[in-house]
Design a protein around this ligand. Structure first.
Ligand code: TMP
Length: 212
């Protein structure tokens, strides 16, 4: 069976870590090396999941978004995304590069919102049909440094997550680091205060070792 022979790479990190530009740079690099890849993100990546993204990031009717609701919306978006886009691409031997995935749920809904990690791990597994990333790049940065970066480029204001206090974002960062420490074989942790070029170079080295 040649099912699921692609390679699944996820990027994780706090706000302002520079994931989007590194994701794009990696896609360009892989294409230049002749590997077919798709670039996607969470929450989102399909029509339905992008609708959930808008709700979960920007809902502001005055009605409280309960933490449990937020978790289930993230997982609903993931269930759709994995089945509609990620697994089909992996089954066609493509490299899938995803900007955030289930480790963000552990960090935000687990580490910061304090929902039980056992529930999150169960739902992550259920939503992703048991398909874990092959490699996760964690761009690590303090919330202070991250917010110093995004405050200059968000003229239209912050979303629900960016509006959380610094302490929330400290807990997000710590949960990412704890997950990385628990799974060193899957994670590559990179200091996101390095220059864009230095980060890209480090990512290329990891990718070369894993794929070429
Ligand atoms: P971003 O992709 O622009 O960073 O926005 C996505 C936001 O959603 C970000 O603040 C992290 C948050 N998020 C969660 O809280 N849980 C999740 O499972 C995912 C994928 C994202």
């Amino acid at each position: 069976m040649s099912e699921n022979n692609g390679f699944f790479i996820t990027f994780e990190g706090p706000e302002g870590a520079g994931k989007s530009s590194q994701v794009a740079a990696l896609a360009e690099y892989l294409t230049s090396r002749g590997r077919e890849c798709i670039l996607t993100r969470e929450p989102g990546g399909t029509g339905l999941a992008e609708l959930i993204r808008q709700v979960v990031k920007s809902h502001n009717s005055g009605e409280t978004v309960h933490d449990e609701t937020e978790l289930l919306l993230m997982e609903a978006a993931r269930a759709q995304h994995v089945r509609e886009k990620i697994l089909p691409a992996l089954n066609q031997n493509k490299v899938v590069i995803c900007d955030r995935f289930s480790d963000s749920t552990r960090a935000y809904q687990g580490g910061a919102r304090k929902l039980p990690m056992a529930v999150i791990d169960y739902l992550n597994d259920f939503a992703s049909a048991g398909r874990k990333p092959d490699l996760t790049i964690l761009l690590d940065l303090s919330p202070e440094a991250g917010f110093a970066r995004i405050s200059s480029r968000e003229p239209e204001g912050f979303d629900r997550f960016e509006n959380e206090k610094l302490d929330f974002h400290r807990q997000v960062r710590q949960a990412f680091l704890d997950t990385a420490e628990a799974e060193p074989e899957r994670f590559c942790v990179i200091d996101a205060t390095l220059s864009k070029e230095e980060i890209s170079e480090k990512i290329r080295q990891v990718i070369d070792a894993a794929l070429f």
